[in-house]
Each structure stands twice: as C-alpha cells, then as structure tokens.
Design a protein around this ligand. Sequence first.
Ligand SMILES: [Cu+2]
Length: 156
Amino acid sequence: MQISRHWVVCAVAIAFLIGPRAPALAADAVSVSKPWVRATVAGQSVAGAYMDITAKANAALVGVASPVAAKAELHTMTMDGGVMKMRPLAKLDLPAGKTVNLKPGGFHVMLIDIRRELKAGERVPLTLTVQDSHGVRSTLKVDAEVRAAAGGGQMH
Ligand SMILES: [Cu+2]
C-alpha cells in the first residue's frame, strides 16, 4: 500500500515536470531592435517612433504607449494621388520569422500630444502591446533613443 501510493506521487511529479508548459506570452517571442524616436523642437506635438520587430510566431502589434505622449497610434504611409498620406492602423501584423521595419516613410508609431521637447540623445520608454495568434495580449517595454531628424524634415 505504501509503495503504490509512493508511485502515484512520483507519477504526478513526473507528469508535472515533463508536462506542457504554459504557453509563452507573445511578448517573449517578439524581439525589438534599434528603437528610436525622432527629436522634436519646442511646440511640436507629434513625433514618429521607429524600430525593427521580429516575432518567432505569428503575432501582431496592437498598441503602443509612452509616458512622454498622451497617446500613440500605429500608422502606415500610403500613396494617394501622388501624395504620401498617413493612415492609422488598428494592428500591425508580425509574421513569424519576418522582420517588420518601422521606418520613416513606412509603418511607424506616432506619438501624439507630446508633453515635452524630446532631445537628441535622451531615451524614451515605449510599451508595446503584442497579441499572439490566440488573441492573448502581453506587453513589452523598450527604451528608444531620441535622434535628430536627418535633413530636418517633418516627414514621419
Ligand atoms: Cu504618422
């Protein structure tokens, strides 16, 4: 009797050790490189934020927040009658294994109602909300470097 009970305990322990792990949160499977935010001048209320994002499994970027801005939106740039226009995106798909580049003239994060001037060289925290293919959301924090705009243009 003692022995069989011992084996039951062991079997449970082994099942626990080798059993399926809780699925990894999407944020653990997403890596962000080279995050940066365009420096602003006094009075400027919006700035673009850019980065390269790679997901190990299909996921989507569904939101961004930063303490330096009242809100942040995902934007895409499209050609409309020969004019580049920004359009908000509800989400940005992150296909497995493919690096998605957020860059000037393309997908970007728009920081809106910036609370203060963003000076080149400082770092701005960004919180990215990522959703996995099952709809589970998780967040990922990155520190973006503020950089002066190349050529001083206002394009984002
Ligand atoms: Cu924009």
